[in-house]
Design a protein around this ligand. Sequence first.
Ligand code: TMP
Length: 215
Amino acid sequence: MATGYFITLEGGEGAGKTTQIKLLAEYLQAKGIEVVTTKEPGGTPIGLELRKMLCTGDKDKFDPVAEALLYYADRRIHVQQKILPALQEGKWVISDRFADSTMAYQYYGYNKRVSKEMLEQLYKMTVGDFYPDLTLILDIDPKVGLARSIKRNNEEKGQEIRFEGREIEFHNNLRNGFLEIAKTAPRYKVLNAGQTIEDLHKEIVKTVKERLINR
Ligand code: TMP
């Protein structure tokens, strides 16, 4: 059986990834494609424990190196236990964040306090020679995205505000980081996440058709 495709959605806080993943999964399922939606951190039971550690509590409780190691522990378990088995069964996997988030948050966000080479080595050691087929970067002005994300967290009485609590410079750095990352390989597509949910969904479908379905 042919293996499925691996799609990742990336972006800063409040870019609308969760909504767009749901819409894309519904679109693909209506075409008869089996889809697994997942996320990082927290795509597996152990990952959920790591997510709690990583996304709640004091914003300075880890240094960026320790933080990157924990994200990569989550990722390795995620790839081994969930992503690869689903792809091998011919399913498509859509993940809310993957390794580009570590480069954007822990390297660019923290203003390069972790070495890029260390992150690249970590990728090779823990994920190996495996990459997404398509990465959609939902680009949004951090002021708009953060306002959305804080509103949602308040409504849900959530505790996941470690990154929302960081200064605007961190969020501007990571936004620029994602735009830099997008230049490094053909698998990236940057989309304007400031437009309506429907318009963004249409752009995502167009991209998926061009890059994966009709290729
Ligand atoms: P989410 O709110 O989009 O689910 O993401 C969880 C948080 O984890 C978000 O603030 C971004 C952060 N994060 C990193 O800093 N590095 C990573 O490698 C990943 C996957 C997420």
